[in-house]
Design a binder for this molecule. Structure first.
Ligand code: URA
Length: 431
């Protein structure tokens, strides 16, 4: 049996006592954990020590590089076009990838977006796209490269070969209360994005009630850490800090979010979804060498829509097929006249999840037609009896638990009351 280079208990003690791990120690730890030599309970103790005591900048870089080295890396060198990608830290109603990827690709830039499925109250991009009849999330490597060449935009499932150490560690963090640690989040996200091989990356780092980092200052720290990791690894990276106190757009779910995305691609759609799509597209195209790209025109003249249709069809989807409809819908109305002064993202995210739009465990199915359509946004005048939102589900017994989640989730106030939306949608930029 090969002799192991380090003793894992020594490394846990070092981190427990606020010490610094060296690159050889981190390389060994991640390799030994991936091999199964370091046990889950030992890695849990290490994750908690990192959660409590943090990591130095060099340790976070070394952890990221070690997780990249645990698996394969992709390369787009032979593609003949620049590559750029976007990653969002996740939010309620966040369907931006759907209009964004084809919009950016319509400028001749490749967008290789390897995505995940949703867990908890934030939805997953693949779950949303699977509402489209025939659409397939899994592609072979050959199909992936061929689509990048022909269409430019690919949104598909990330295989287990990219940063497998992160897959194992993320699963462990999820069940040990150690997800919300900046060194662990930053290394987790960036190891996958750097291994994916994109030349440039725009991060949408969210803060607020529907984001997993509520505090804007902490989300800025997360953004700065990730931007540094990307640039140090040779991936041109910038981040936008965006507000997730209020759901994004009017649709929260799967099929209804596809519908809203298609509205944006047709030159319409809710103002906040359009604003964020345009801002992220401009950042991505600037990194890919097109700082003056006229993004708004590509939405209004149908170019982005053409790319969307080709992107969906290339993965077996029928862009013209009707989206699934829910078995039951229930409208919630205003109980008095006034102004909608609050619409908190987290309760709406949880309610949509309880209606069946999300999953509690990785293996659960999602109900594509389940979710919520908002009819008003904060600041809108409402009159008694006016619809505020419509809930959709395939299993009507779910309405009650969804309504419980929404208690206090929206507030009707008096004209002149302050609007509680947490400020502007795009609150800052790092890069
Ligand atoms: N998403 C990830 O991929 N990793 C994290 O740690 C958190 C969100």
């Amino acid at each position: 049996m090969a002799v192991e280079t380090f003793d894992v208990v020594d490394l846990i003690r070092t981190k427990r006592d606020k010490g610094t791990l060296t690159k050889p120690q981190i390389d060994w730890l991640i390799d030994a954990y991936t091999r199964g030599y370091v046990a889950d309970e030992q890695m849990s103790a290490m994750a908690m020590a990192i959660f409590l005591n943090g990591m130095q900048r060099e340790e976070i870089r070394d952890l990221t590089l070690a997780m990249i080295a645990s698996g394969e890396t992709l390369s787009f060198d032979g593609l003949g076009k620049p590559t750029t990608d976007k990653h969002s830290t996740g939010g309620v109603g966040d369907k931006i990838t759907l209009p964004l990827a084809p919009l950016v690709a319509s400028f001749g830039v490749a967008v290789p977006q390897l995505s995940g499925r949703g867990l908890g109250h934030t939805g997953g991009t693949l779950d949303k796209l699977e509402s489209i009849k025939g659409w397939r999330a899994s592609l072979s490597n050959d199909e992936f490269y061929a689509q990048l060449r022909s269409v430019g935009a690919v949104v598909c499932a990330a295989g287990s070969g990219l940063a497998p150490a992160d897959g194992k560690l993320y699963g462990l963090r999820d069940i040990t209360g150690t997800v919300e640690a900046i060194p662990l989040i930053a290394s987790s996200i960036m190891s996958k994005k750097i291994a994916e091989g994109t030349a440039s990356l725009v991060l949408d780092v969210k803060f607020g009630s529907g984001a997993f980092m509520q505090d804007p200052a902490r989300s800025r720290e997360l953004a700065e850490t990730m931007v540094r990791l990307g640039n140090d690894a040779g991936v041109k990276t910038v981040a936008l800090l965006t507000n997730m106190n209020v759901p994004l757009g009017l649709a929260i779910g799967n099929a209804n979010e596809v519908r809203e995305s298609v509205e944006v691609l047709a030159g319409g759609g809710p103002a906040d979804v359009v604003e964020l799509t345009v801002a992220l597209a401009k950042e991505m195209l600037a990194l890919a060498g097109q700082p003056d790209a006229d993004v708004e025109t590509a939405l209004s003249d149908g170019r982005a829509m053409d790319t969307w249709r080709r992107m969906i069809a290339a993965q077996g989807g029928d862009p013209d097929a009707a989206l699934p409809s829910p078995r039951e819908s229930q409208v919630v109305t205003a109980d008095r006249d006034g102004v909608l002064v609050a619409q908190h993202a987290l309760p709406f995210g949880i309610a949509a999840w309880r209606l069946g739009a999300g999953r509690a465990r990785k293996e659960d199915p999602v109900h594509h037609a389940a979710g919520i359509d908002l009819r008003v946004k904060p600041g809108d005048i409402v009159t008694k009896g006016q619809p505020l939102f419509t809930m959709h589900t395939d299993e009507p017994e779910r309405f009650e638990r969804a309504l419980e989640a929404l208690a206090g989730g929206y507030v009707i106030g008096e004209p002149g009351d302050p609007i509680d939306n947490g400020g502007p949608l795009i609150a800052g930029r790092v890069g």
